[in-house]
Design a protein around this ligand. Structure first.
Ligand SMILES: [Zn+2]
Ligand SMILES: [Zn+2]
Ligand SMILES: [Zn+2]
Length: 345
């Protein structure tokens, strides 16, 4: 799911504080074709969410150039679809060029191959990683390029550290970058039972740290919980839910736990960036999985409506809550990928 960050105006109602269409305008909506045997729904869902994220769409449009890989260039293929979304008169478009570029790029790893179903969250993450490589052609975990959409807009710069409450010893901080923050749904549901009054962000933090116990750095015998500290203020935050099975009976509980808002200070042990401290994210997109099939949802602030994308089919969905709304998800069982993205008003 994608969450957009909002900064609350003093005294303002969050739902009313953003200017309609300022950041998430009504991007033209079109379906993406998935012919029998193509199994492209995982890619189509990832592309729809990327297209609907104004921050991403506009940043991509403004990029002056990229290191092109010709036939297998994911960057060019994605730009091609985006330009078709904008200009084509068709109601549904083929995503074949991107499918081919993806298959060609990951040929050696035998991932995302033609005709085979794959994971939408990993596809989303890999498209972002490839975009980084098309802009800054080197593998780096600490990308500081101003024009790198991936790291400027999506990356969470974190460090983890364990601090012993008993003897005070602390481990060296270990910095890392995350494009998708994965949380186990089993852990989330356990936390929901134990922490009834906590916010969605707090539940996610508890779920992602529970069970991750380390030995005290000075070996005093204590087992301690890891602390994750966020050092930047990403505009788009993606939460990936990890399910134990294809047909989980936790689906309803997980859907019930979803909040339209997510605060970064709740999601991590500590947040150091001032913007991130104040920031509140709004749910703007989701990729869901059910019965070996992916579909996606995206939220339009301009119309305050959720739109549902199932390959060639695009339709508006009723909201579960009025302001800000959540889509009625009960119709879609199983896995939900969430993206919260940040909007500055
Ligand atoms: Zn290219
Ligand atoms: Zn980068
Ligand atoms: Zn200790």
């Amino acid at each position: 799911m994608a969450w957009v960050k909002f900064f609350r105006k003093p005294g303002g109602n969050l739902g009313k504080s953003y200017q309609p269409g300022s950041m998430l305008s009504l991007a033209p909506t079109k379906g993406l074709l998935n012919e029998p045997g193509q199994n492209s729904c995982f890619l189509n869902s990832a592309v729809q969410v990327l297209w609907q994220l104004d921050i991403f769409r506009r940043s991509l449009r403004q990029l002056p150039g990229h290191f092109c890989l010709g036939e297998s260039c994911i960057f060019c293929a994605l730009k091609g679809i985006f330009s078709q979304f904008q200009h084509s008169r068709e109601r549904a478009l083929p995503s074949d060029n991107l499918r081919h570029a993806l298959a060609e790029t990951f040929k050696d790893e035998q991932r995302f191959q033609l005709g085979f179903m794959d994971d939408a969250a990993e596809c989303f993450e890999n498209i972002l990683e490839r975009i980084h490589l098309h802009i800054v052609p080197e593998e780096t975990d600490a990308c500081t390029s101003k024009s790198c959409i991936t790291h400027q807009k999506f990356a969470m710069s974190l460090y983890e550290q364990s601090v012993c409450r008993s003897c005070g010893a602390s481990s060296d901080p270990l910095p890392f970058t995350e494009l998708v923050h994965y949380v186990s749904t089993t852990a989330l549901c356990q936390q929901m039972l134990q922490r009834r009054d906590e916010s969605f962000g707090e539940l996610l933090q508890a779920a992602s740290t529970i069970g991750d116990l380390r030995n005290c750095p000075s070996n005093c015998g204590q087992r301690i919980k890891i602390r994750r500290v966020l050092m930047n203020s990403p505009e788009i935050v993606t939460i990936g839910f990890v399910w134990d099975s294809d047909q989980s009976d936790l689906t309803e509980d997980v859907i019930r736990s979803l909040g339209p808002h997510l605060s970064l200070s709740a999601l991590f042990y500590r947040v150091t960036d001032e913007h991130a401290k104040k920031g509140e994210l709004l749910l703007v997109g989701m990729i869901c999985y059910s019965s070996r099939h992916y579909c996606a949802f995206a939220f339009h602030t301009k119309s305050s409506k959720w739109v549902f994308f199932d390959d060639a089919t695009v339709k508006e969905v009723r909201s579960q809550t009025p302001n800000p709304p959540l889509p009625s998800l009960m119709q879609i069982p199983n896995s939900v990928i969430t993206k919260y993205c940040s909007i500055e008003v």
